[in-house]
Ligand binder design. Structure first.
Ligand code: F6R
Length: 367
């Protein structure tokens, strides 16, 4: 099953061009998104009846939900809230038949998420599950199931599940947007085009980043702490990168919204502390540069990740990595690749079993 790979985690990171292709297979036809399962669901529960969307998930699924919220905020006019399932069950706003709850779970078996799904249903909300396991409890109990088709994910850390979840959330956002009165045709067309190109872009990203990220993992081998900073979608991405590093490299990695560091965390920045600065969102790069300058005055070691052809960061960082440019809403997929690789190489250089990290399990069936 592993073929030439040392670990499932590496195999699963490297197979993302193929898993994304599978997720997108038969989903875009004649430049239109095709989700027949959602169409059937909306035949019974028309989209106009919903006045709010809640997205729920845990861990990596929560992070992809945060990206999904940003995409929906751009395409839909109803409020979208994202919550941790473990919180949502016990602390949620008003739930009734006018609420649509989107349930994210790779395994489809996470107890926190299953309980939250039941809570939503028992209050009359309608539910769409996005999972990678069609036969799971969550898949069976939701009103509508969208299968991610990413293929089995065996390493404990979620990698290809995250990129496929965001891809499905993009398809779903487009599908829901088309149901509204005034979908922005131009914007949808651009996003659909970008989705079609995604597997190739991820392929290029793997080629462009793997060696450099391996070297960065080796130089940070002795560091117990690492910060990741970003703004907007790059902040969400920072949260996901930090989770991967905690999980497989046992690193005290923390993510911060770049503008917040000066409000307290700056006190932790000592000379040489590694900081990954993510700058993939064009409208936020200027402010990122100012935030990086502040960190450089404290002698932090800044490794910047930005898109090819952009030299805004070049002067201010210690090291720079360029990744291909995609639609800004899809950059959390592209830029996740070097962060997944960093977690993998940081774990292996420290000699850890990255496929089976201590204290963790692939699916958590207790609350
Ligand atoms: C992180 C990771 C976990 C899961 C979380 C939810 O790499 O794998 O944080 O994302 O336990 O799991 P699912 O998506 O199966 O509900």
């Amino acid at each position: 099953l592993l073929n030439e790979y040392d670990h499932f985690m590496l195999k699963e990171i490297l197979e993302q061009p193929a898993s994304l292709k599978n997720t997108l297979e038969n989903r875009i036809k004649n430049d239109k998104v095709y989700l027949p399962e959602v169409e059937t669901f909306l035949d019974t529960h028309s989209f106009e009846r919903f006045n709010k969307i809640d997205i729920i998930g845990n861990g990596t699924s929560y992070h992809s939900g945060m990206v999904g919220k940003s995409i929906m905020d751009k395409l839909l006019s109803i409020p979208v809230e994202v919550s941790l399932s473990s919180e949502f069950t016990y602390e949620h706003g008003k739930l009734d038949e006018s609420k649509l709850v989107i349930v994210l779970s790779q395994s489809g078996e996470t107890a926190d998420t299953l309980t939250a799904l039941k809570e939503a249903k028992s209050n009359g909300a309608k539910t769409i599950a996005i999972t990678n396991n069609k036969r799971s409890n969550i898949a069976r109990q939701a009103d509508c199931l969208i299968s991610m088709n990413a293929g089995p994910e065996l390493a404990v850390a979620a990698t290809k599940a995250y990129t496929s979840q965001i891809t499905v959330l993009s398809l779903l956002s487009i599908h829901l947007c088309v149901q509204t009165e005034s979908p922005s045709e131009m914007f949808l067309k651009e996003l659909i085009e970008a989705l079609k190109e995604l597997p190739d872009i991820v392929d290029q990203t793997l080629v462009m980043t793997e060696d450099a990220i391996d070297s960065f993992a080796q130089v940070t081998e002795d560091q117990p702490n690492l910060f990741l900073i970003g703004r907007g979608l790059d902040y969400v991405l920072a949260l996901e990168g930090a989770l991967k590093l905690q999980e497989v490299a046992y690193l005290h990695a923390n993510a911060y919204a770049a503008g917040e560091v000066k409000h307290g965390t700056m006190a932790l920045v000592t000379p040489g502390v590694p900081i990954i600065a993510l700058a993939t969102q064009p409208h936020l790069k200027g402010k990122m540069v100012s935030n990086i300058r502040e960190l450089k005055t404290r002698d932090g070691y800044v490794f910047g990740i930005t898109t090819v052809g952009d030299d805004a960061l070049t002067e201010v960082v210690d090291e720079i990595m360029y990744i291909p440019e995609a639609h800004s809403l899809l950059m959390p997929i592209v830029a996740a690749i070097p962060l997944q690789l960093l977690a993998y190489y940081s774990g292996t250089v420290r000699g850890y079993n990255v496929d089976r990290p201590r204290n963790l399990a692939k699916s958590l069936t207790v609350e």
